[in-house]
Design a protein around this ligand. Sequence first.
Ligand code: NAP
Length: 383
Amino acid sequence: MINITLLGATGSIGQSTLSVVDLHPDTFNIFALSAHTNWQSMLQLCQTYQPTFAVMSDADAAEALSNKIQGDTVVLSGAKALDEIAAHQQTDYVMAAIVGAAGMASSLAAAQAGKRIMLANKESLVLAGDIFMQAVKDNQAELIPVDSEHSAIFQCLQGGSSGLSKIQLTASGGPFLHTPLAALESMTPEQACAHPNWSMGRKISVDSATMMNKGLEVIEAHYLFGLPSHCIDVVVHPQSIVHSSVYFEDGSTLSQLGNPDMRTVISYAMSYPDRIISGVPALDLTQNSPLEFYTPDFAKFSCLRLAFEALEQGGSAMGTINAANEIAVSSFLGGQIKFVDIASVIEKTLEQAQHTQPETLNAVISNDQNARAIATEVVKAYA
Ligand SMILES: NC(=O)c1ccc[n+]([C@@H]2O[C@H](COP(=O)([O-])OP(=O)(O)OC[C@H]3O[C@@H](n4cnc5c(N)ncnc54)[C@H](OP(=O)(O)O)[C@@H]3O)[C@@H](O)[C@H]2O)c1
């Protein structure tokens, strides 16, 4: 039996992970679950899966859960408890599916404990890519991407990367792919979260609409596959059937295709190097034609441009844009700024933040906090 610690159990990736686990009750056991404030959903999950530990990172939510829970599950609270269940001796695999920078420390704890990390939390790499990859190497952890694009590239490179010339991440273009630039001004959170192909949490849905999600994925790919920015390309593919491609010097291109459903990627991370049933139906290419591909519009989707620029700057710039983006997206979802202000808040924060080379986790956290403070001030000017 493989013991899974599922961080971010109440989220979109968390739910998809549990639905794959449900298909393989003799192979996978839910050892620990985490959520932030949603103790009501956690209560139901504990009743169903009877984990050894349930962590609510929010103290009030932990207390509410403790008051209601029945059975032997131990309820823990706080960010440190996330690190503990990630690194626990009885944990075999960690699904790192907390949203945002809040997921970084527990992903790192899993790496330092030498676990198989099924990494959905791309922010761990965006903020602390060098530190994280070093921890994976030093502790012989296994790092399996849980992002459809990176999983696709990981799958395409199973035969080796000899002669690799570039990788190409596909981007759906989000709900505003064909919306004129001038009309973006009036787009609401509901419109931004209405992704045409993928069902996801609200933050990543807005990131898809701005294409910052693709920008963060470019940075994620840089660390996962050890490639410079000029070997990482983005192509817009509205159907989200080709998940990504790798190009070789001999003219060959390998792509991975499938229905847009994260259960394929999650099941692959759980079963690698084997494959197991995920619940996702087989792809029918005849029902998905034509497959279209476009060059991204960097003027309209300036968040994508900013992410490439941050990767080229290196150091703290990547953490700075991530922090500024988290503040800007939450301000947009809260009705304080317009959709088009998201990119401006990030650009202004990047201009004002001090550029450093953070070499420790504390330095990464300090840069994250400084950038959030700057972005919060910038937002006030728009609100
Ligand atoms: N959804 C996708 O299809 C997809 C695809 C590729 C990669 N990803 C990545 O996977 C991660 C999760 O995405 P998602 O769409 O599943 O997000 P989501 O639906 O918003 O779920 C987020 C999860 O994280 C928990 N959480 C929120 N804030 C937290 C905090 N401060 N401390 C600890 N836990 C916290 C939430 O708990 P509560 O419910 O209690 O708030 C929830 O369990 C993100 O990094 C995203 O970029 C997602």
